[in-house]
Design a binder for this molecule. Structure first.
Ligand SMILES: [Zn+2]
Length: 252
């Protein structure tokens, strides 16, 4: 900051002065700064205390390492979104932050804090990538940043059952979590009824959660086909019963 010409006060004051200049330069109402630390020679992309991103509540700046811990640069967005929440005065909600239900700002209490509060829903201030992917910002956080009524505490306690429910945190499991397997059958030439002598093949279907719902109804991935039953030239293949059947048409 000194090299940029901001020489007086603490580093905090210096960044504040930079932001003041930025407000006038951009004709903006407010400004904050983001510092991205070069961690090219730091295997864990974290500071010596294990932290990798922080912000001052209400500004004037946030600091992140380039690799943002083990997230990787491709996941800087969710981390910047979370820290931007702090810039706009919102509180952390993940348990290890030692958040409490009585923390408040702008009339909105921190009732989605994981430490025994009323709400239990997905939210960017709970940290991690998953809430960002879902565009989740809870009513408590919304209230704290001045968006919405600030009334929270009745958003629900999250899911308790369902193949794709994580009952530990009450949230749907992340997208692509494996939730089931099944087997699919086919005749390799002309399903469901093959020609004489066609064989029955099978492949594994790996079912996944959608990330939004609680049922196992997301995208599926498939294994390769393997032989399930070899049919003779007097038989036809049935994918429906996944077996070979004697057929009069094959004797001709
Ligand atoms: Zn935070």
């Amino acid at each position: 900051m000194t090299n940029l010409g901001y020489t007086s006060g603490s580093y905090y004051n210096k960044v504040d002065s930079l932001n003041t200049w930025l407000i006038s330069y951009a004709s903006a109402d407010e400004a904050y700064s983001i510092f991205v630390v070069n961690d090219a020679h730091d295997a864990d992309s974290s500071f010596s205390d294990g932290k990798f991103a922080y912000a001052y509540r209400g500004g004037p700046f946030m600091v992140l390492t380039y690799g943002v811990d083990n997230y990787g640069i491709e996941w800087m967005d969710p981390n910047v979104a979370h820290e931007t929440g702090h810039i706009f005065w919102s509180w952390d909600e993940y348990a290890s932050s030692s958040c409490t239900c009585s923390q408040s700002y702008n009339g909105a209490y921190n009732q989605n804090c994981e430490n025994g509060c009323l709400d239990h829903v997905s939210c960017i201030m709970r940290g991690g990538v998953d809430p960002y992917v879902r565009n989740s910002i809870c009513d408590c956080t919304k209230g704290q940043i001045g968006w919405g009524s600030g009334i929270c505490g009745s958003q629900g306690t999250g899911c308790v059952a369902g193949t794709c429910c994580n009952p530990v945190n009450g949230l749907p499991k992340p997208p692509y979590s494996v939730c089931g397997y099944s087997t699919e059958y086919t005749c390799m030439a002309g399903a469901p009824k093959g020609k004489c002598g066609d064989d029955v093949y099978q492949r594994q279907v790996i079912r996944q959660c959608s990330g939004m719902g609680l049922d196992c109804t997301g995208a599926a991935t498939y294994g390769g086909y393997t032989l399930h039953q070899a049919c003779s030239s007097k038989q036809t293949c049935s994918a429906v019963t996944h077996s070979c059947k004697k057929s009069s048409i094959c004797s001709k």
